[in-house]
Design a protein around this ligand. Structure first.
Ligand code: FAD
Ligand code: NAI
Length: 504
């Protein structure tokens, strides 16, 4: 009887909790209430970008004290760490994006989201010019607005080093469209190889996938393509699957140069077992329609016939960032990006901040750094508004005090002024401090590698347990419950039904 009572109570509590969560998501989350309108007396904060840095800033900032505008050619946040999984068909592309409006609609004061590309920033007149670059445009497609504070969070674009043919004949792995394009091209190579009468050489070429760049992007992508091959293609293309070849080309002596040596060895031996060929000390010199020209370690030139090339050769600055830096040559002379001080303020400019991949700091250009910088800036901006409000209040009180006629009034006002000054002194702007949480990379075959900080040292781990850690870490880092649910469902779907090989 006691057991039935406990069971009944537990069931009741579970049902109430589930009902509450369901109500919260369907009513509160999906239907946010009214927001404070724009207020002319508040400062205008313009955020350029909707990626890691910008979204983390938007999530953390209290918009009560600012009129905030977000300008980005993408009206969503993209969870880049899972992009290679989209390319290999493990995840649906919609599962790793989250609408920016979803975040801004839950803010206290309304935030304007503008789908446009910033074309020019004028640091002297404090204006930004942006343009609607999407296929459908209204009668106005370009405009200029003023800002009080501007946050540059435009990220970076793919570095091609001007190598001939890269732009024309490679797939990139930076945007959602890149992953979708790669998936289509990969499946097209398979179907073309299956076309009747194809010569053995042509089949071999079409089924040769070359990934350029042995950084984390290239490694993760090679691992994901390998999984697709092992888990699914062997079943649906039995006559072709054993002819598929993956080659990873890297100019440096090893892949994953920023990981510890032990993990580099582990990755290289896992790739060897997975039959992914690694060509290190090999530099791509040209990408042609049907081949890649490489300079081998002995400096000889070789041509590798292939069906698809994925270029993961690193980052370079966007034009808008570069143009802005050119306007302040005295202060902005670092080729890696915008030079900032310890508070992430752009050197030489008034009111401009730079976060993430478009800035040059002592940290690696990673999501981890960008999101910590975004959250820091949100706290800073709130502190700055607090300080300014207190300053205004103190000025008003001082003026009232000067005009006070009675002793009682003078006493009250000077007490209030004293409190405001003490509060002002307490508002401290602290410099940015990065806390490294470790580096993680998926290497295929349900294995991952991780360099995790421990005490004053580092723990290097690789294998299936690290892969489970990788999955849970990324699942929990996803920005919304919707994303977490969709990604978990996609993983389950792939486990049960496999990846889809239908080419859209
Ligand atoms: P982004 O996130 O790239 O955001 C830039 C934003 O600016 C985008 O919204 C873009 O649309 C917008 N934008 C572009 N041009 C303009 C313009 N002219 N005007 C206005 N807006 C503009 N890092 C990790 O720490 N861990 C990982 O596992 C990891 N995996 C990755 C996997 C892949 C495939 C890739 C490509 C990167 C990965 N990274 C990872 C790196 C990480 O994605 C970047 O460091 C991070 O995105 C940088 O954040 P950001 O805000 O500076 O730029
Ligand atoms: P990257 O800059 O880390 O690596 C690019 C690689 O391409 C370099 O090793 C370079 O030597 C090689 N390369 C360039 N040109 C070449 C050529 N012509 N021929 C042969 N090799 C060539 O770029 P990646 O991997 O895109 O990463 C960018 C940033 O994002 C890095 O900071 C990285 O740490 C981060 N990132 C982190 C991930 C993770 O933590 N799991 C995953 C993906 C990216």
């Amino acid at each position: 009887q006691r057991f039935t009572q406990i069971l009944g109570r537990t069931t009741l509590i579970t049902l109430v909790a589930a009902g509450g969560t369901f109500y919260y998501i369907t009513q509160v989350e999906r239907h946010p209430g009214p927001q404070l309108p724009f207020d002319e007396s508040k400062k205008t904060l313009v955020i350029l970008g909707s990626g890691w840095g910008a979204t983390s800033l938007l999530k953390a900032i209290d918009t009560t004290d600012y009129n905030v505008l977000v300008i980005s050619p993408k009206n969503y946040f993209l969870f880049t760490p899972l992009l290679p999984s989209v390319a290999a068909g493990t995840l649906n592309s919609r599962s790793i994006i989250q609408s920016t409006r979803y975040i801004t609609r839950h803010k206290p004061r309304s935030v304007t989201v503008i789908e446009a590309e910033a074309k020019e920033v004028d640091p002297f007149n404090k204006t930004v010019t942006f343009e609607d670059t999407s296929p459908i445009k209204g009668s106005i497609a370009s405009t200029t607005i003023p800002y009080d504070y501007l946050v540059m969070a435009v990220g970076a674009e793919v570095q091609t080093f001007g190598i001939p043919g890269v732009q024309e004949h490679s797939c990139f792995m930076k945007e959602l469209a890149d992953a979708e394009r790669m998936q289509k091209q990969f499946l097209d190579c398979l179907e073309s190889a299956a076309f009747p009468g194809q010569s053995p050489e042509e089949v071999e070429r079409l089924l040769h996938m070359v990934v350029v760049g042995g950084g984390p992007t290239g490694v993760e992508l090679s691992g994901e393509i390998h999984d697709f091959l092992e888990d699914d293609l062997k079943s649906w293309y039995p006559e072709l699957a054993n002819k598929i070849k993956i080659t990873l080309v890297e100019a440096l002596p090893s892949v994953l140069p920023t990981f510890s040596e032990q993990l580099i060895d582990y990755t290289e031996s896992t790739f060897k077992e997975s039959k992914i060929e690694i060509l290190t000390k090999t530099m791509v010199k040209e990408v042609k329609e049907k081949s890649v020209v490489v300079q081998m370690p002995d400096k000889s030139i070789a041509e590798l016939p292939c069906g698809m090339v994925v270029w993961a050769g690193g980052n370079k600055l966007r034009k808008v960032t570069h143009d802005l830096m050119l306007k302040l040559p005295e202060y902005q002379n670092d080729r890696r990006g915008i030079v900032v001080d310890d508070y992430l303020r752009m050197k030489g400019a008034d009111g401009i901040y730079a976060i993430g991949d478009c800035s040059a700091t002592s940290y690696a250009p990673t999501a981890q750094v960008a999101s910590q910088e975004g959250a820091y800036l949100a706290r800073m901006l709130v502190q700055m508004a607090k300080k300014e409000n207190l300053e205004t209040r103190a000025t008003e009180l001082a003026a009232e005090l000067a005009n006070a006629t009675t002793e009682e009034e003078r006493k009250r006002l000077s007490e209030q002024l004293d409190i405001a000054q003490k509060q002002m002194a307490k508002v401290k702007l602290r410099p940015f401090h990065y806390s490294h949480q470790g580096s993680l990379a998926y290497i295929g075959s349900e294995k991952a590698v991780a360099d995790l900080p421990f005490m004053n040292g580092n723990i290097a781990s690789g294998g299936v347990a690290t892969y489970l850690f990788w999955r849970s870490a990324y699942l929990s880092t996803l920005f919304s419950l919707r994303n977490r649910t969709l990604v978990a469902t996609d993983w389950l779907k792939v486990k049960i039904f496999g990846r889809d090989v239908a080419r859209e």
